[in-house]
Design a protein around this ligand. Structure first.
Ligand code: SPV
Ligand code: MG
Length: 570
């Protein structure tokens, strides 16, 4: 019951605190905590993937996802079922929105028992009447009798089989137009009845009444808030006011409505999937999210050998290694890279490298090594949000080039591999497509970036990355064969077909060829300062290097303007 059912290997003793304990710690701990809304197994997975420590099982969002109103149109057992999908899909603790408790004290105590059985770590009940109406609808909704509601709280607490189960009492006084005195009176009564925390709700556009409550409440027990309406108040204000936990209550269901609307209307308008393909996650991403690899491994353990299905030979399941060349300083970025390498510049709260590793991981490239150089200690795995990462060091980075960095990873250059510069970002579908190209060495080339430098555009190709290929990019759906590299760099300047984006894929044989070529370059004494275009040019003399064309949806960070673009890149 503790870990996501698909992810937990059998019989692994767990040292992780229970979900009940983790929710209690989150709510009672000294730090401001956050619960992110989820409404389904899938959204629960995405909350965990984003790094949250807990889930808000929102009644509004679950109802909306079922196409229902937030008026108890979904029965409590239907809500319980959704919560169970979430608990199965993620290992996070869930605070379930239990509305009013679906009745009186008796319904609450049964609810608490059933939630505990399903590994739901806590419930929030609100002092209104069944059937409830969403608090943002209408004015002056009737409140439950305070004493009766205290009975619901006491019954829930008396029924909980696990001491750490959390019961949050939600005070609707302010949102229903009652006074601060009434809100305080109710909060006090619910606290005395045994609630572990008070959720004080407000629908004001500013946080005034919440802050006033915080001041008068004086930290008697943890306070949870839901700033859906007063979203513009900086989080720091709540932290300073001593709020225990913030619930981001409905933003995943709202985001999904935006995305589904746009996608459906575009497909309807265009009568084609071509326009949306680059905008949506791949089918492979769905397989990764639902952990199909685990099912395959389990099949090998449990099915009779003769009936184990042949391993699909798609990019979804084959192991692909990654090597990220991240030794460069990025001196053009000035103060941004004074104490860290370019790959660690911040993009919306996370280092560039963390975004890049995320794309690699989602494309199935998980066994990744990062070659560090400049300010290597600044590449901290803890800040990158990935589990296992191998760090290799090019300590001569100041005087050597990319081939020297790649040589640091030569021991890992076996089997199918992806090599990428650490200052590049691209949409996931580009890597998916590169992994699907049937070639031993294939490079991703942007066909829209082919003008020779000096043309005055904001994104001039880097001369050393210019590519000339044996056929130009064609938008025809009939032409799915890769082109072949003819030349790179200065020699491609007269007839450029595009710019290499700093991303290449090798088959196992391609990886072997690269090792051989680098060994030859070492023997000739030219490896130390050579760049990757030089290596690719040499390889191309002996083995075909395929060119996979793309049109945009990537960037590299060389200048401060690039950095601004990267911050908007998604
Ligand atoms: C929910 O998410 O269902 C809530 C929070 O109860 S609110 O919609 O703000 O009432
Ligand atoms: Mg609700």
């Amino acid at each position: 019951m503790e870990a996501a059912t698909t992810a937990a290997p059998p019989h692994r003793p767990s040292t992780t605190p229970s979900r009940f304990r983790r929710l209690r710690d989150l709510i009672e701990g000294p730090e401001l905590g956050f619960l992110m809304e989820a409404h389904s197994g899938l959204s629960a997975k995405l909350v965990e993937e984003a790094g949250f420590a807990g889930i808000w099982g929102s009644g509004l969002s679950m109802s909306a996802a079922l196409g229902l109103r937030d008026n108890n149109e979904a029965s409590w057992t239907q809500v319980l079922e959704q919560a169970e999908y979430m608990a199965d899909a993620s290992s996070l603790p869930i605070l379930l929105d239990g509305d009013t408790g679906y009745g009186n004290f008796n319904n609450v105590r049964r609810l608490v028992r059933k939630l505990t059985e399903r590994g739901i770590a806590g419930v929030c009940i609100e002092d209104k009447l069944f059937p409830k109406t969403n608090s943002f609808i209408g004015e002056a909704q009737p409140l439950a009798d305070m004493e009766e509601f205290c009975g619901r709280i006491r019954a829930g607490k008396d029924a909980q089989p696990d001491d750490d189960f959390v019961l949050v009492a939600r005070v609707e006084a302010l949102i229903s137009g009652h006074s601060m005195e009434e809100a305080l009176r109710r909060a006090e009564a619910y606290h005395a009845a045994g609630a572990d925390a008070i959720l004080m709700h407000s629908k004001k556009r500013h946080a005034g009444e919440i802050l006033a409550f915080m001041e008068r409440w004086g930290g008697r027990c943890p306070v949870v808030i839901v700033p859906t309406m007063y979203y513009s108040t900086p989080t720091e204000v709540f932290r300073n006011a001593g709020v225990s936990t913030i619930i981001w209550a409905n933003h995943l269901v709202r985001a999904s409505i935006t995305a589904m609307r746009e996608t459906a209307s575009r497909i309807h308008r265009e009568q084609s999937l071509a326009g949306v393909e680059a905008e949506v996650v791949s089918v492979k991403d769905i397989f990764a999210l639902t952990d199909n690899d685990e099912l395959e491994a389990a099949g090998e353990r449990y099915l009779p050998a003769a009936s184990v299905p042949a391993r699909p030979v798609g990019p979804a399941v084959r192991p692909v290694r990654g090597i990220v060349l991240a030794a460069s300083h990025g001196a053009e970025l000035g103060a941004y890279t004074a104490d860290k390498p370019k790959c660690m510049v911040d993009l919306r709260g996370r280092p560039l490298l963390s975004h890049l590793l995320g794309v690699l991981g989602r494309a199935g490239v998980r066994d990744v090594a990062v070659v560090r150089g400049y300010c290597k200690q600044a590449i901290e795995p803890a800040r990158l949000g990935v589990g296992e990462l191998v760090m290799l060091d090019n300590d001569d980075h100041a005087t050597t080039g990319e081939v020297a960095s790649l040589l640091c990873a030569v021991e890992r250059l076996h089997g199918e591999s992806v090599i990428v510069y650490g200052d590049v970002l691209f949409r996931r579908y580009i890597l998916d497509a590169l992994l699907a190209v049937e070639a031993d060495i294939v490079i991703a080339v942007d066909a829209l970036r082919q003008r020779a430098p000096g043309g005055g555009s904001r994104h001039e190709p880097n001369p050393r990355d210019l590519v000339a290929a044996d056929k130009a990019f064609s938008a025809s759906y009939l032409d799915d064969q890769p082109a072949r590299l003819v030349s790179m760099g200065e020699r491609a300047r007269e007839t450029p077909s595009g710019e290499w984006i700093g991303l290449l894929r090798l088959s196992a044989r391609g990886a072997e060829w690269v090792r051989e070529e680098m060994a030859s370059m070492q023997a000739e004494g030219i490896a130390a300062t050579a760049d990757l275009p030089a290596l690719l040019s040499r390889l191309n003399e002996r083995h075909p290097v395929a060119v996979h064309y793309i049109t945009g949806h990537w960037l590299d960070v060389d200048t401060i303007t690039d950095l601004a673009d990267a911050r908007n890149f998604s």
